[in-house]
Design a binder for this molecule. Structure first.
Ligand code: FES
Length: 314
């Protein structure tokens, strides 16, 4: 559960461009003191300058950190989160960050296969650095469109066991993963990248033992889309009306209005923010609700009004 009182107020102490539309931000306390530790695969939830909350994987070593390092891709069509990180977050700026969480933890294994697509390299690189330091064997496959769009290209290319594959956006040139999955091994697989990559890995690993293939999926649903429109949510318990702008989720609008409510993944995958829908038609964007629940419930971190306004049991 993310509660605002856990938040850290951090400063951007460094910012650099890693690749086309990808910038790296180093965040630290203004006095440079220690930050909560984290393990490879962890992420932080950041309040972007637009007010939208976004989750970013941590790239640096989390054993005794005084900095959090994240890399942010400007998403095409972004009107809030990633665009505001690129346009409005300069060195020296302050930013609110929730402490690290890890839903993508490395479990002990004799060997690892790490798979990254695009900006999905961030948790994977953190794992690769950790495994390299520990002397644990791993293979890494990193798929991107072009070298110009590839963050950490030199570092990943230099890792033993790493393959960097560019497909230039040509579907016929996509990396063929089948050889790695045909015969289930004893390794654990960690995959982070765009939905089509993760869907492919899910499809070709169906015959693997449960729990052997791990996915980081917090970009799983689009929280805000370019053609979204504003609407109003009425809180049934108080009668209060909250305007939800086109570029904010219901959850973000509630927070901005000082209404405390619980959340965790903020990407429609965990179920924490489930609310009873008293009135109105929801545009369901979560991956949690079953069809028979959709008339009566809404996941307020990602779902919106289909038309008109909504009344929720808060
Ligand atoms: S916070 Fe996880 S589904 Fe909404």
């Amino acid at each position: 559960m993310d509660l605002p009182q856990d938040r850290l107020t951090l400063q951007v102490t460094a910012r650099k461009d890693l690749a086309r539309d990808i910038a790296e931000f180093t965040l630290a306390r203004p006095d440079g003191t220690a930050l909560p530790a984290f393990t490879p695969g962890a992420h932080v939830t950041v309040e972007t300058p637009s007010g939208a909350m976004r989750r970013y994987s941590l790239v640096n070593d989390g054993t005794a950190p005084t900095t959090y390092v994240i890399a942010v891709k400007r998403e095409p069509g972004s009107r809030g989160g990633s665009a505001s990180m690129h346009d409005d977050l300069a060195e020296g700026a302050m930013i609110q960050v929730d402490p690290p969480e890890n839903d993508f933890e490395l479990v002990p294994a004799p060997h690892y296969l790490l798979i990254a697509g695009g900006i999905g390299i961030t948790p994977i690189l953190s794992m690769a650095r950790h495994l390299t330091a520990a002397g644990t064997p791993f293979s890494l496959i990193y798929c991107t469109r072009t070298p110009e769009e590839t963050a950490y290209l030199d570092e990943v290319s230099a890792l033993p066991g790493a393959t960097v594959h560019h497909d230039n956006g040509d579907i016929d040139a996509f990396y063929d993963f089948w050889d790695h999955f045909e015969t289930p091994g004893r390794e654990h697989v960690y995959c982070c990248g765009p939905a089509p990559l993760m869907e492919e890995i899910k499809a070709i690993s169906g015959h693997w033992a449960e729990g052997r293939v791990h996915f980081e999926d917090f970009a799983g649903v689009e929280v805000v889309r370019a053609d979204d429109t504003p609407f109003t949510v009425t809180l049934a318990q108080s009668g209060r009306q909250i305007d939800v702008p086109a570029d904010r989720s219901i959850l973000e609008a509630l927070r901005a209005a000082g209404v405390a409510t619980v959340s965790s993944c903020e990407s429609g995958t965990c179920g924490t923010c489930k609310c009873r829908l008293v009135e109105g038609q929801a545009d369901h964007r979560d991956l949690v609700l079953m069809d028979e629940e959709k008339d009566d419930y809404i996941m307020i971190c990602v779902s919106r009004a289909k038309s008109g306004d909504l009344v929720v049991d808060l």
